[in-house]
Design a protein around this ligand. Structure first.
Ligand SMILES: [Fe+2]
Length: 308
């Protein structure tokens, strides 16, 4: 079996071109070329929605019509999926990597080719997932951005995407959908300008046809519509930050010290004197660490925590 990876996904764009012009912040639309990703297109479950449903071993998500966003969804048994699809609800097939080895291997290869840090299975800093979306005609996803980077392969039918750069927040660690009543607290502290609620007329628009590939960077605004039925397969990767790398590596080092392994005792609760003692203890530990920090080397942290 041919090993599919990032080069196959991006062809005829080369991996070096992608790294210098796109990854991780600029979108890329790659028109279809004959024979590309044939191993994926040949999979039985990619032949039709009926076959995808028949092969499904776990629940399927159906997006509720109230909000046209995948986070307003319910979990269904596969045998009920086609019925709701015919009632104009988008179906989301999470964890496609668990039901096919070609998809699982491709996902893993792309993650490795991108050079995303995982820190091994115990740390799992980069969550990689493959998701299939079956969208009926006349549906869509409302304007949103994701915290993950996303590669979309159009398998069947067409889907129109509109995209725009995010001028309100750089490198968000949370997703956001326009019209949501609440913004995640972390995102609120990350935004430097109000979020938009619609795209400009002249936003980038691409029509995804079978074989087309689209890279949607983390944080990039996008909305989709379908005029005919659409089936797409996504490879999506969480974006481990320097903050993640630092906290993981420093945690590994701190846990070698009995003082840092002590129970963080008394921080919550009603006993004010215990709480005050706990805060003082933490203050002492943090000050001691701050005193040591000038000696700490990023290279050594990464090495000692086995992140490189
Ligand atoms: Fe999205």
């Amino acid at each position: 079996m041919k090993k599919l990876g990032l080069a196959d996904l991006l062809a005829p764009v080369t991996v070096p071109e992608f790294f210098s012009s796109n990854w991780p912040v600029e979108p890329l639309f790659i028109p279809a070329t004959p024979g590309k990703l044939q191993e994926i297109f040949d999979l039985a479950q990619m032949q039709s929605l009926e076959q995808l449903v028949a092969a499904r071993q776990r629940k399927v998500r159906a997006c509720l019509p109230d909000f046209d966003d995948e986070y307003s969804s319910i979990h269904l048994d596969p045998q009920d999926a086609l019925k709701v699809y015919r009632n104009n609800m988008t179906l989301v097939f999470d964890a496609m990597q668990t039901q096919d080895p070609t998809i699982a291997n491709t996902l893993k290869n792309i993650r490795e080719d991108l050079g995303l840090v995982t820190g091994g299975e115990e740390n799992n800093l980069c969550k990689a997932r493959s998701i299939a979306y079956a969208t009926p005609a006349g549906c869509g996803t409302r304007l949103h951005f994701d915290a993950n980077a996303n590669f979309v392969i159009q398998i069947k039918g067409t889907k129109t995407w509109r995209l725009a750069p995010n001028e309100s927040v750089d490198f968000p660690t949370e997703r956001f959908t326009t019209g949501s009543e609440e913004m995640p607290a972390a995102l609120e502290t990350q935004c430097h300008a109000p979020l938009i609620d619609m795209l400009d007329e002249d936003s980038m628009e691409v029509v995804m046809k079978p074989g087309c590939v689209l890279f949607v960077p983390r944080g990039y605004w996008h909305e989709t519509t379908t005029e005919e039925e659409s089936l797409s397969l996504n490879f999506t990767f969480s974006q481990p930050t320097w903050a993640d790398v630092f906290t993981k590596s420093i945690q590994e080092i701190l846990l070698r010290s009995p003082e840092w392994r002590e129970l963080a005792d008394g921080l919550e609760g009603t006993d004010e004197s215990r709480k005050e003692a706990a805060i003082s203890r933490f203050e002492f530990l943090v000050q001691s660490l701050a005193a040591d920090l000038p000696e700490i080397s990023g290279r050594v942290l990464l090495k000692e925590s086995r992140l490189v």
